[in-house]
Write a protein that binds this ligand. Structure first.
Ligand code: GLV
Ligand code: MN
Ligand code: MN
Length: 415
């Protein structure tokens, strides 16, 4: 496509945002942190430069609007998230926001106005790192932010509502972040694949068919702490040994169940000393599948196994389901328009599902959603070694721009 997508500008912005990090030698940007504020400020500048009117909404998302042929038209919403996991990568989420801004910049530079407005959103919290609840930004935009979430606390014991106030937001106004569904035509998100499929097939871009459902848990095993040298091995109530057995059981279940992933990614043993039997262990659990029935069956089996295992070892077991989202389908009519944009740009159309969660999951409560993937190096993500090629970024943006230029809302005539 003959356009002026400026990949170097996108990549330079990625680097600038990478500096908005808790640590200098890695990438951590969590919700309502000073790094979040810095990132928002940069993104607001870039949205402004691209001809958008923009603001930080009631939950802390950055929202920019590019008017269509006349003011106030319904909008095509584009975006992704600006937060990261701990020690994450620089493209996960961020690239989708910057790609969307770049596309608007190109339209604006060519004084092109379309038959609809474009809204670009840099979501404030997708990863859920700080408050252990994902999609806080897109929940608010989709109008499904449950006020009970305000009771959540971060690791320091600060409540979500209090953290919002400290950031300058008013939790009582969260509903103001919700978009009116009549004013939204669809949601489209460009994202790195975070898996190996496109790279393996040497493809620069893919059409996402849907997003796996996911359940997240916090589990606590309580046994009895004791002296590592004096308490006989038989009869110990070692919470860490029990957790180790549980983790391997969970891994085996997922290894032997097609279309299921199950991960224990965080663990804490207490009191946590070399010469003390662990009296308590807390660990996380993440269970996903494209098929809700498979995931739900696995969740039941895991819960039962953890309880049985703790009974056998004379431990207590507390399992808390933190959240669960069903599998999300990308709308067929949006997949078709992404596929058409990919073909027109001269690339092979490859459909693939998403194992990772995305803001599109929550945005689907508001409107139909679609996604475009570009490859990332060896599929590595949630890792500082996350990497993309400028060629794939270029192609991804060209496809997104082509999609925008050709976009027809559901029910509009296609000729
Ligand atoms: C978000 O990145 C998730 O899928 O956990
Ligand atoms: Mn992520
Ligand atoms: Mn992401």
């Amino acid at each position: 496509m003959n356009n002026s997508i400026n990949v170097l500008r996108i990549l330079s912005r990625v680097e600038q945002l990478a500096h908005c990090s808790e640590q200098a030698d890695g990438m951590t940007r969590v919700y309502l942190s000073s790094e979040h504020r810095m990132a928002n400020e940069r993104v607001l500048e870039w949205m402004n430069e691209a001809g958008m009117t923009c603001h930080v909404d009631a939950v802390g998302n950055v929202v920019g609007r590019y008017e269509g042929l006349s003011p106030g038209l319904p909008s095509l919403v584009l975006g992704s998230h600006l937060d990261t996991v701990r020690d994450g990568g620089r493209y996960d989420g961020i690239l989708g926001v910057l790609a969307a801004i770049e596309c608007v910049d190109v339209l604006n530079a060519q004084s092109q106005r379309l038959g609809f407005a474009i809204t670009v959103i840099g979501f404030a919290d997708e990863e859920g790192v700080r408050f252990q609840s994902t999609y806080l930004g897109s929940r608010a935009v989709a109008g499904v932010f449950d006020a009970e979430l305000l009771q959540l606390k971060d690791a320091q014991g600060m409540g979500l509502g209090e953290a919002m106030r400290e950031f300058g937001l008013n939790p009582e106004k969260i509903h103001e972040a919700a978009m009116d569904r009549q004013a939204v035509l669809a949601y489209m998100e460009l994202h790195i694949e975070q898996g190996p499929v496109l790279e393996r097939e040497l493809l620069p871009v893919g059409v996402v068919t849907g997003i796996n459902g996911a359940a997240r848990y916090a589990v606590t095993f309580k046994g009895e702490a004791g002296h590592a040298g004096t308490v006989p091995m038989v009869g110990r109530r070692d919470a860490l040994a029990a957790a180790a057995e549980a983790i391997v059981w969970i891994e085996n279940l997922a290894l032997n169940t097609p279309d299921l992933t199950a991960t224990v990614g965080a663990i804490r043993a207490l009191p946590g000393a070399l010469n003390v039997i662990a009296g308590q262990v807390e660990f996380s659990m993440d269970v996903r599948s494209a098929h809700d029935a498979i995931r739900e069956k696995a969740q039941k089996a895991i819960e039962q196994e953890l309880n049985n295992l703790c009974d056998r070892r004379h431990l207590s077991c507390h399992i808390t389901l933190l959240q669960s989202t069903k599998a999300t389908a990308c709308a067929g009519w949006l997949q078709a328009q992404v596929a058409s944009a990919i073909s027109v740009e001269g690339h092979k159309v490859r459909y693939l599902p998403s194992g990772a969660g995305h803001d599109a999951v929550m945005m689907n409560q508001l409107t139909d959603v679609g996604m475009i993937f570009i490859p990332c190096l060896r599929g590595i993500s949630h890792n500082p070694r996350e990497s993309v090629t400028s060629h794939d970024v270029q192609v991804g943006c060209e496809v997104l721009l082509r999609f925008i230029s050709q976009f027809k809302a559901l029910g509009e005539n296609h000729d």
